[in-house]
Ligand binder design. Structure first.
Ligand code: ASP
Length: 439
């Protein structure tokens, strides 16, 4: 059995959390490849080391001293080292960082959070430290070079069968550090799971798996026991954030399961993310809904023109205008004499009037109407596929609760049903669906 285990920032926030991580790793001999984030928050209003490092860079940019912030970061790591009786020469590590950092190299500075965490963790576990910059290779266009990465890793793996790797970064072919997008340690873990052909990729954070709905909206929501990669993509896109969305791609091809687990509740089985849940479903009959997620604040642009549905090239013209402004469309419900573009309101902030005027010139409609305050809510579930009557039940329940549905759509793979409601009905819609079908 081969496992890659990745620990998020809250699992590494202080010496106590380091101890929990060590217990977890030592309780299973297959946990040999460990990926760490930078130290995260110890309590609600605490700072993440990565955020502090970004702040240092901002200070450098404006020529303001960041000594105070650097001191906070240094003390965080020194306290972990001292409480765990480790010997890493952090004073010297910080001297090197001071010397090497530069305004032009944000990536180097920001990557030091993960680097230092991995150095400490490797000493604490007695595992080898393997720097991500020595095998995660990016081309100069910023794309991962899978071949070079594979080649470099192969050599390292023979020498270091038990290793701790800092997440979140790699390097260009010239060894210059390149960071990934925020939360990128999830991707590092996933890349490693692919590289070692892991049986499972364990992703440890401070939640016991993925919940069926947002706990800020639903009291004590149930845990999702298993979910497909595709379902997770749908839920994450609609705001349920547990895993970096790019973390699925490296493991998807080989169908390596991802297990979302909680460092503070290690016996909880968490959520299993699989490419195909059919075997799982045979043993564990599931709800037809896997989860509910949603986002507020969309704008609908409704374009009226008699016979518009019979006219060719209308959508193309509209999309050309949207492309000019770099705007993507969430949804596009159509009628005979009208069609609507549903767009995130935030992306329209600086260009709404120019965009409308361009749409008018391009499409020559009879009128254009704009309506704000729309929420989109996705009900996601593999159990809905080829199962008649589900949308009817959902819409019926919303109707009974006096919720007006402004727009409806379902993906052709029948994995999700998306309803659009007024922002004021956002929470209530999720509550009604959850209470009726999932409680
Ligand atoms: N430390 C980085 C961040 O806060 C990467 C990670 O934690 O995955 O975004």
């Amino acid at each position: 059995m081969k496992k890659v285990v990745k620990f998020g920032g809250s699992s590494l926030a202080d010496a106590r959390q380091f101890q929990k991580v060590k217990n977890i790793i030592q309780s299973d001999p297959s946990r040999n490849i460990v990926v760490v984030s930078a130290a995260g928050k110890r309590f609600k209003d605490d700072n993440k080391v990565t955020d502090l490092l970004y702040l240092c860079h901002a200070h450098m940019k404006y020529g303001v001293s960041d000594d105070g912030i650097m001191k906070i970061i240094k003390e965080r790591y020194i306290s972990i080292r001292d409480e765990l009786n480790l010997t890493l020469d952090l004073e010297e590590e910080f001297n090197v960082i001071q010397k090497q950092r530069s305004l032009e190299d944000l990536d180097y500075l920001v990557s030091r959070g993960e680097y230092l965490c991995a150095r400490l963790m490797s000493e604490y576990l007695g595992y080898d430290f393997v720097d991500a910059k020595d095998f995660i290779v990016f081309d100069f266009n910023g794309k991962l070079n899978r071949e070079k990465t594979k080649e470099a890793f192969k050599k390292l793996y023979v020498l270091h069968p038990k290793m701790v790797v800092p997440g979140f970064y790699g390097a260009y072919v010239n060894q210059k550090i390149k960071i990934m997008s925020r939360g990128g340690s999830d991707i590092t873990g996933s890349l490693l799971a692919d590289l070692i052909d892991a049986d499972v990729y364990e992703n440890w954070s401070d939640v016991s798996g993925i919940l069926m709905a947002d706990p800020k909206i639903i009291r004590d929501p149930k845990r999702i026991e298993s979910i497909t990669y595709s379902e997770l993509r749908e839920l994450s896109y609609m705001g349920a954030n547990v895993l970096h969305e790019e973390a699925i791609f490296p493991v998807r091809e080989k169908n390596i399961p991802i297990n979302i687990l909680n460092t503070n509740d290690p016996t909880n089985p968490g959520t299993m993310i699989l490419n195909d849940c059919s075997e799982w479903d045979k043993k564990h009959p599931a709800h037809f809904i896997t989860g509910i997620a949603g986002k507020k604040d969309f704008t609908t642009i409704i374009i009226y023109k008699s016979g518009i549905s019979a006219e060719t090239g209308v959508a193309l013209k509209a999309f050309e205008v949207l492309k000019k402004y770099g705007i993507s469309v969430e949804n596009m419900p159509c009628g005979i004499d009208s069609f609507s573009l549903i767009i995130s309101t935030q992306t329209l902030t600086n260009c709404q009037y120019e965009l409308l005027s361009d749409l008018k010139s391009a499409l020559e409609p009879e009128s254009i109407r704009v309506s704000d305050h729309l929420s989109l809510i996705a009900v996601v579930g593999r159990g809905m596929v080829a199962n008649p009557g589900i949308s009817g039940q959902i819409f019926g329940e919303l109707g009974k609760n006096n919720i007006n549905i402004q727009t409806i759509s379902q993906g052709a793979d029948e994995l999700n049903i998306i309803v659009g409601v007024h922002n004021d009905d956002f929470e209530k819609t999720i509550q009604v669906i959850y209470e009726k079908f999932l409680r």
